[in-house]
Design a protein around this ligand. Structure first.
Ligand code: M6R
Length: 615
């Protein structure tokens, strides 16, 4: 889960590497490092962040016309300078490597290399690749061939960029199971984990595919694919023009990406549902040309996802069962991939992921296919991602780049997409009258405005955040379709404020967790005016009667009034099926403002990274 970048040009590339690393820092921020050509290969590494690396560069006046760099999320070996990339092969010929991914057979290769006398200076799996390439290089005396031979022995996922001290006129890159793209520039060529890192120099992007190995020089590039032959077959990969704008990837007037992304939700949802703006009806082809046929055969849904995306799946289960009348299972991808479920070929498998790179979700989807599931749909925010490519049907959440580690706009756009899926399936199953279809279209078109209104409660939430920030634990309660929203609220709070938070279905409280309730345990409840409101109020009474302090997000018509230990913030009147989407907003704002009061690193919470590309 690192970010990597490489550049080879006619001028100093160090500023390009540093700017690129800043853009990639969301992928990991345990350490940073670079290698550039400077007569030999000059390496700078820091256990700190990219800003610390920039200071080192300045102090040492580091320059070079070719280089590779990495911002790391530690997997093998603690975050430290010793484990920071780039890694060198300790023996001649000297090569340097940066890597994103995880090598599963690194132990085996390490032992083999140790037997050959190689000495390891770090605990990383990456250093294993460095030595293996160096060993092959001794045999074939050509870096490109050495990378072909070495990568053929690797199991796992990797995107690598490699330089050789003796041949500084090229960089060799390879990908398998981790994203990597080339940037074709006027005065040089580039490689990175994601396009945002390269916009500073070019918009011409080539997405490498699994098995691709490319050689970059300052005047060109050559790509081969090595899946079926030792030194690869030349391949032509299309050059795409990236339409990412600097506004989309910059902070603008906001203090944090999370804040920006919370407030972008109305426009993110509007973009995601743009195709409905003039639509008279809802059509399955929004999900792909084969969708009508596949949906007509669908008898059940299986959703696979992790984290926040899993919570979106849990909400969708209520909608799919109630509105579309389809049985639905929602599985945590990391668990599903190690179970022995029974496949029903008439099930549509839906993978939900912001990044489309989450290793567990990708593996669970592949596992489901092997078990005999025939049809898959990706709901994803990244068009060129592995999830999109692995799935038969696709629906893009057009949230724009989500950079804050805590997922916000990806979640609400996933929910909007899943509601659209539900309504589409309901229509195809004759469970939606033409009038109901028109009402749903209206509701979905109104959603961005409703989100805008929900954001207006921020000043009230800010006040709550002051007292919340003093607490060490919190309970989140919801019922029915709002229970997963409570789970999402608890995840947001713990993720960025480090306050321990747990979510419970409110009816479960008396079966155990009520024992935790005292004046030090704030209890957050989501109280929409739905058919479960009466039941929820009884559950809240159980808390109140035991001296618990309640923080309730209610609908305007929920008829709950503030009291001594009962604080209420009201949203709009009950929004029917849209209610869980709107009730997400106050919980995101609460987590954000509590984190601000606590002074945590909101966009880069400790120990985490944005795209979890390892198991
Ligand atoms: O990219 P994905 O949606 O597949 O990511 C899944 C989770 O890692 C992600 O949602 C994570 O839980 C978020 N950091 C939560 O805010």
């Amino acid at each position: 889960m690192c970010g990597i970048i490489g550049a080879i040009a006619n001028a100093n590339v160090v500023p390009v590497l540093l700017e690129g690393l800043q853009r990639l820092e969301y992928r990991g921020y345990d350490s940073a490092g670079l290698v550039v050509t400077d007569s030999g290969l000059k390496r700078l590494r820091t256990p700190g962040r990219v800003n610390d690396l920039s200071k080192l560069v300045e102090q040492q006046k580091t320059q070079g016309v070719a280089g590779i760099a990495n911002t790391r999320w530690a997997t093998h070996g603690e975050p430290s300078e010793r484990n920071a990339h780039p890694h060198f092969s300790a023996e001649e010929p000297l090569i340097a490597i940066v890597h994103n991914g995880i090598i599963e057979n690194h132990e085996h290769i390490r032992n083999y290399l140790k037997d050959k006398g190689y000495i390891f200076l770090s605990d990383t799996d990456t250093e294993v690749i460095a030595h293996l390439i160096a060993l092959k290089l001794k045999e074939v005396n050509d870096l490109f061939k050495a990378v072909c031979l070495a990568t053929a022995e690797l199991q796992g996922a990797y995107a690598i960029a490699v330089m050789e001290e003796a041949h500084q006129e090229s960089i060799v890159v390879a990908r398998h199971g981790a994203p990597l793209l080339l940037g074709v520039g006027k005065d040089g060529n580039y490689v990175a984990s994601d396009a945002s890192a390269l916009l500073q120099v070019t918009r011409d992007i080539i997405y490498l595919e699994d098995g691709d190995i490319a050689v970059l020089s300052n005047h060109g590039y050559r790509i081969v694919n090595c899946l079926n032959s030792q030194f690869g077959e030349p391949v032509n990969r299309i050059v795409h023009e990236s339409h990412l704008s600097n506004e989309e990837i910059g902070l603008g007037s906001y203090s944090h990406y999370m804040q920006k992304e919370i407030f972008e939700q109305p426009i993110a949802v509007a973009n995601t549902l743009e195709m409905l703006s003039n639509a008279q009806s809802i059509a399955p082809n929004l999900f792909g040309s084969e969708a009508e046929k596949i949906f007509s055969e669908t008898r059940q849904i299986l959703i696979l996802a992790c984290g926040t995306s899993y919570h979106a799946g849990l909400v969708a289960r209520y909608w799919l069962e109630t509105v579309a009348g389809l049985p639905c299972n929602v599985e945590i991808a990391s668990e599903y991939r190690y179970r022995d479920p029974i496949a029903d070929p008439n099930t549509l498998v839906v993978g939900i992921s912001q990044s489309g790179e989450t290793a567990d979700t990708l593996a669970a989807l592949e596992y489901a296919k092997r078990l005999g599931y025939r049809h898959s749909l990706a709901i994803c925010n990244v068009p060129e991602s592995a999830l999109i490519r692995q799935s038969e049907l696709r629906f893009l959440t057009r949230a724009g780049p989500e950079i804050g580690v805590a997922s916000t706009k990806a979640f609400t756009t996933q929910l909007a997409s899943l509601l659209l899926l539900t309504v589409t399936l309901a229509k195809m199953r004759n469970r939606l009258s033409p009038e109901a279809e028109q009402r749903m279209l209206e509701a979905l078109r109104h959603l961005p405005v409703a989100l805008q209104n929900a954001l207006k409660i921020e000043p009230e939430v800010k006040i709550w955040a002051q007292s919340f920030a003093q607490k060490h634990h919190a309970l989140f309660l919801g019922r029915g379709v709002h229970y997963p929203i409570a789970m999402e609220g608890a995840l947001k709070l713990k993720e960025i404020s480090y306050i321990h938070a747990e979510a419970y279905a409110a009816g479960e409280l008396k079966h155990g967790p009520l024992a935790l309730v005292d004046s030090d345990m704030p209890v957050v409840a989501i109280a929409p005016n739905d058919q479960l409101l009466g039941k929820l109020k009884s559950n809240l009474q159980e808390v109140y009667a035991r001296g618990g302090e309640l923080y309730v997000f209610a609908d305007a018509d929920s008829q709950i009034t503030s009291n001594d230990n009962l604080h209420v913030i009201r949203l709009s009147e009950h929004a029917g099926l849209l209610s869980p989407i709107l009730h997400t907003i106050p919980l995101q704002l609460l987590a954000y403002h509590v984190a601000l009061v606590k002074g945590t690193d909101v966009d880069k919470p400790r120990n985490l990274a944005k795209a979890v590309t390892v198991e």
